[in-house]
Ligand binder design. Sequence first.
Ligand code: NAP
Length: 246
Amino acid sequence: MDLKGKVALITGASRGIGKGIAKMLAEEGAKVVVNYASNHQAAEETVAEIKEIGGEAIAIQADISQEQQVKSLVQVILDKWERIDILVNNAGITRDGLLLRIKETDWDTVLDINLKGTFLCSKAVLKPMMRQRFGRIINITSVVGIAGNAGQTNYSAAKAGIIGFTKSLAKEVASRGITVNAIAPGYIATDMTAGLSEKVIKDLEQQIPAGRVGEPEDIAVLAAFLVSPAASYLTGQIIAVDGGLT
Ligand code: NAP
């Protein structure tokens, strides 16, 4: 996947899946922006690891649920590299609980970061991508946005919203050389799933036909293909990477 000369913004790239994607896109030659919310040290570690493998990267803090912060994030990238070719809307959070226990703030925060953040970042990069007549947007949804999950009504509503958003935006911008796809990970070993007990993980592994939970790299290889020039005719798709779970 030759990504030389391409500039990629990956939201929530200080840890987990975003970090895996940032490293792989850098390995393929892209200049990478490692966005993060508050974990400065982890973001700088990601940048250092990318530089170690000969890649180019910078870390930029911004809360992607805040429009002004998103606008400045994109402006900093344009001032530095004069283009933006790839956006991976990866940043996400969970605030799990059965519906009767979910507070309004838990609902709003999950929708704001997962869904509204995807809207704000996509909107902010669209004009430069249209000018370039090239763009690649990947949204990270989840298998629970497709299948649902008890205890995650807020999160699965946000992730299902991302699926509708992806399909609609893909139709709006296909004629401009911009593709919009979504990846729906199954269970991936990151901080987000680190709280699961050993028993839950064992049970999960039994349900996953591949017999193991996924790693960030399992998602990153698909992201690298979707953003490559080779994937220009692939848009509006939701691709599950879940070891066969769904
Ligand atoms: P993670 O390890 O918890 O990392 C979350 C990342 O998002 C961090 O880099 C964090 O930054 C960043 N972030 C959180 N809120 C943000 C905000 N308001 N603005 C900017 N960045 C923010 O999560 P993960 O497991 O890698 O998940 C990545 C994506 O995959 C999420 O969208 C998640 O819903 C989705 N997903 C994950 C799984 C899974 O099994 N892990 C399955 C399906 C889908 P800081 O480091 O600064 O906090």
